[in-house]
Design a protein around this ligand. Structure first.
Ligand code: 1PR
Length: 535
């Protein structure tokens, strides 16, 4: 096992480590998979990307004998890189479904972020590293934004101080990396942290050629607001998968041909947006509600290719629900989601099916655990599940007129109405449902959603700015991150939504596809406006 270009990967099968594999291959390295504890002990360099929940990971590691092999490997001070849960498992214990004992290499405990004071949990996004110890791994990365997604964190203490190589701030300090001899671990995802992350990965894989120094830049200090590029994808009338873009969800040209608008190829655009500095890329399979995604293999291909080129998080949505095909074969929503994750998605997003789940939950007050939302977040963690809301504004004279939460609108309705509620829809805006965006957001948070993608049909494609009333109402109502979507037409719309609401991210489609506003211009404007962003 002395091939200098091969790294050993411990993938215990609890989730998707495709992104880590892609990053290693992208850097020119081969991968040897661990099949037995002996493979761990025989490794020259071991990468351990922890996925899933702490307790179930420890169960697998203990029952396969890998836990003791890992302890021995670490005791011998062999090159080791833990990622995310791969850092947390090194500690004594975690309170995730516990307390549960960890590998016990590092003294201390892993705790949940405390959302009781309004802190948004999970901690999702680009936060700034504060380096506390000189290491080859993080050389030059002080003050750089790297990508985190987690609800639990290792707590710094006197007992583990010597191990800490960087900390990060989120409702207090938490351990963002450790380093001792050849043992390194990071809480963030280098494989999803753009150029900075790839340099860090390279520092581990080829430490001698230290040519991968992270580029110098302005030092950041806190969690960044994210700018997300969204690709609405569907087949056009020739059967080609294209990126399209609607006006208030109507994606067909208003000419006599009524063709589906074609704004480019999904993989090409996603790669371009990564290079341009998008903090995340979302694919929405907008006809997923009628064309079952597992029958729609091109979308899975798109994900596979995109994840080989895009080293920031990828979200995919559309058609996640239980389904029985024409031959009577039943597919669970969990299978659909699993296939998306296996193909390279970091998060999946659920639209229509989450509306039905929320309605049922609000009617009965009972969490059945059977909805796609609940099942997928139980298996993959709530940070991997986004709920996409497609609401339409409905003006009313008075809040008493409807049993839904209303807002006093900034611009009065056509008959002088001063209030509005936001009615949820399903099937790409085609059918309205008896539930508001506020009620839906609260319900899906309760059911296990980790993030909300908040569209607005009225604003979609209009370029007149985000619906600030809606975004404020929803982002004030939940403690999970809210992505504002629909209506971006100029850089000022991004600073406006971050200044006036609690949105964690802003998403746009049309202005990027039509090359009207580059992503870099949005970032520059936000920096000038004093909004923390990753540059
Ligand atoms: O219901 O689970 O199958 O999911 C379907 C998904 O497809 C949902 O996330 C839903 O939002 C999306 N979708 C369905 N139909 C459309 C459509 O446009 N006809 N797209 C659609 C949603 C909204 C955003 C858009 C922003 C920003 N499009 O994705 O990108 O509005 O646009 P802008 O910056 O140009 O204003 P399921």
């Amino acid at each position: 096992s002395s091939d200098a270009n091969t790294v050993t990967l411990l993938d215990y099968g609890a989730g998707n480590v495709r992104s880590v594999r892609n990053a290693i291959r992208h850097l020119g390295f081969g991968i040897r998979d661990v099949r037995s504890p002996e493979d761990i002990l025989a490794a020259d360099r071991l990468v351990f990307p922890g996925v899933g929940a702490f307790g179930s990971a420890m169960d697998v590691l203990n029952s396969t004998g890998m836990a003791s092999a890992l302890r021995d490997y670490i005791k011998m001070d062999r090159p080791f890189l833990g990622i995310c849960l791969g850092l947390q498992l090194l500690f004594d214990s975690s309170e995730e479904n516990g307390p549960v004992s960890g590998l016990g290499v590092i003294p201390g405990a892993v705790k949940r972020f405390d959302s009781s004071e309004g802190l948004i949990v999970p901690h999702i996004g680009w936060n700034a590293l504060q380096i506390t110890k000189d290491t080859q791994l993080l050389q030059g990365a002080d003050g750089h934004h790297v990508y985190f997604v987690h609800s639990y964190h290792a707590v710094p203490s006197d007992a583990n101080r010597d191990w800490i190589s960087s900390i990060c701030n989120y409702g207090g300090s938490f351990i963002s990396s450790i380093s001792m001899g050849n043992i390194q671990a990071v809480q963030f995802h280098p494989e999803k942290s753009g150029a900075t992350g790839l340099s860090i990965f390279k520092n581990f894989l080829s430490p001698i050629s230290s040519g991968a120094k992270v580029p110098a830049r302005r030092k950041a200090s806190k969690l960044a607001k994210r700018v997300i590029a969204c690709l609405d994808v569907r087949s056009n009338d020739n059967g080609d998968l294209v990126v399209t873009k609607g006006d208030q969800y109507d994606v067909r040209d208003h000419t006599s041909s009524k063709e589906v608008r074609n704004l480019g190829k999904p993989v090409d655009l996603a790669s371009q947006y990564y290079i341009d500095g998008a903090d995340e890329v979302s694919f929405l399979n907008i006809t997923g509600f009628r064309d079952f995604p597992l029958g729609d293999l091109p979308m899975l291909e798109v994900l596979r290719y995109a994840s080989e080129k895009v080293f920031v998080p990828l979200t995919v949505g559309g058609g996640i629900r239980d389904f029985t095909d024409a031959n009577g074969r039943y597919y669970s929503s969990l299978e659909v989601a699993s296939e998306y994750f296996r193909s390279g998605a970091d998060k999946i997003s659920i639209g229509s099916d989450a509306v039905y789940a929320a309605e049922a939950f609000l009617q009965t007050g009972v969490k059945t655990g059977k909805s796609s939302l609940e099942q997928i977040s139980r298996v993959y963690g709530n940070q991997a599940v986004v709920v996409s809301i497609d609401p339409r504004r409905v003006y009313v004279k008075s809040p008493e007129d409807v049993p839904f939460k209303t807002v006093k609108v900034s611009n009065k309705g056509p008959s002088g109405e001063e209030y509005a509620w936001y009615q949820c829809t399903v099937n790409g805006g085609r059918d309205s449902r008896p539930i508001g965006a506020y009620e839906l957001a609260k319900a899906v948070e309760e059911l296990g959603a980790g993030e909300i993608l908040l569209n607005c049909i009225d604003c979609d494609g209009q370029g007149c700015g985000f619906d600030i009333d809606l975004v404020k109402m929803v982002s004030d109502a939940v403690t999970i991150p809210v992505i504002a979507s629909s209506g971006a037409g100029a850089v000022q719309h991004f600073s406006e939504v971050f200044e006036k609401t609690n949105a964690s991210a802003a998403l746009a489609a049309g202005i990027f596809h039509r090359k009207e506003v580059p992503i870099a211009a949005v970032k520059e404007h936000l920096v000038d406006a004093g909004v923390e962003v990753r540059v």
